[in-house]
Design a protein around this ligand. Sequence first.
Ligand code: 5AD
Ligand code: SF4
Length: 499
Amino acid sequence: MNKVTISNNSNYKIDENMEAMINASDLNGPVPINEPERQYYFIKKARNYVDELAKELGRRPKACSIAFGCQMNARDSEKILGVLRCVGYDEAEDEKADFVIYNTCTVRDNADQRVYGRLGYAGSLKKKNPHMKIAVCGCMMQEEVAVEKIRKSYRQVDLIFGTHNLFKFAELLCYMFESDRMIIDIWKETTEIVEDLPIERKYPFKSGVNIMFGCNNFCTYCIVPYVRGRERSREPKDIIREIEHLAADGVKEVMLLGQNVNSYGQNLENPISFAQLLAEVCKVDGIERVRFMTPHPKDLSQELIDVIRDNPKVARHIHLPCQSGSTEILRRMNRKYTKESYLELATRIREQLPDVAITTDIIVGFPGETDKDVDDTIDLINKVKYDNAFTFIYSKRTGTPAASFENQVSEEDVKRNFDRVLKAVQENAHAQARKWTGTVQRVLIESINEQDESLVTGRMSNNTLVHFKGDKTRIGTFADVHLDECRGFYYMGTEVGGV
Ligand code: 5AD
Ligand code: SF4
């Protein structure tokens, strides 16, 4: 879970042009129909409500936004915070705030359960602070049962919205201030992409950048296509412009985000491949590292491998979710590749990009999975020699095809096979990590070490962490670090140079 709080000294700076557009909105005139002008109008209006609240409280109201789940949600929470900051909310260290927004995830059941727990806690806080408002948004809110449950059993919630209408958060905020009732606004689908809204970044030196939204793959276990809708790509010029702004603002590393980045750009008026976009992003001055998440193995092109090879700015890390190593399970998952074709791709990547780390996602316990299927997964792990992997227990998602498949696997079998898979993952990951001992790697310094304040933590291009002597002034800069000793998944190192 990523907790993002608004801080007074945070990186949110309102763009001058945007501020001018907001100020130019005429609150006495008709509400604009076009976006983003419509949201600028509501931002201006919400500022008045927040100012009134501030007068009543005798201080600026505080907000806290909590994101569950993936990088996409973390980025969405930065958009929510951007609007909140823009309308005049201040920092809140935790949920003891005047406004708490939960951005939910529903990819697995445990994420759902955590949200209900947090809503209960927020309800108890609201009893002590009658000014407090609570909003819930994100993937889980695209499911009718979840909204119904909150509507009935969590009356403390003031505002519910979904993934498709996040761009109109400023508008919803105004409705929330104008009403005493719970506001629910969920869209089933959208084709709209609204550009140029405020964003509050969590880190000054790195940032996610959405390149597309939604997913068309319909893997049979996955709820994402139902809650995030059909694939929509942003225009390359909008993406490049955003990245140029980020670079001008001191960002060194960007991560291009999409559920299936390989199919980026196919439905644009002027189609462009993801590989072409990646090459363009690498040309932006000031951006020194480019990551991307997530490619689908079924259509990771040779063109993309070529672009990675030819552009040292592209991080040496490919996250390539296999989900299973059994061709029969992959067929029933609707993944559209086989164990052999996946292995051929991974082998080609290893040959042509020898310094690239390959990581993956694995699901254990998909309906009908046998011990023999899990043997295939372990065989794939040993052959690809993954640098790391996220291993998940299959979670039945209502509304997906796999939820009604026969032969749901018993908890006992899942547990046993999960442990077998985890062991194989860890053995390979340890062996892979050790490979770089004694080399010098360029790292982006991200933070002070949590255990030892005399150390900083840097991230290598291949995503491995290394700890070495340094202080907080170095955060956001690059350093060349000698990898002295591998400790499991990370390194201890010594700086030999840097910028
Ligand atoms: N159960 C377990 N894991 C899932 N994932 C997606 N849906 C499910 C599910 N129903 C995992 C996949 C995906 C990652 C983001 O989450 O491995 O790659
Ligand atoms: Fe889900 Fe498959 Fe789309 Fe990934 S590619 S979001 S696993 S449906």
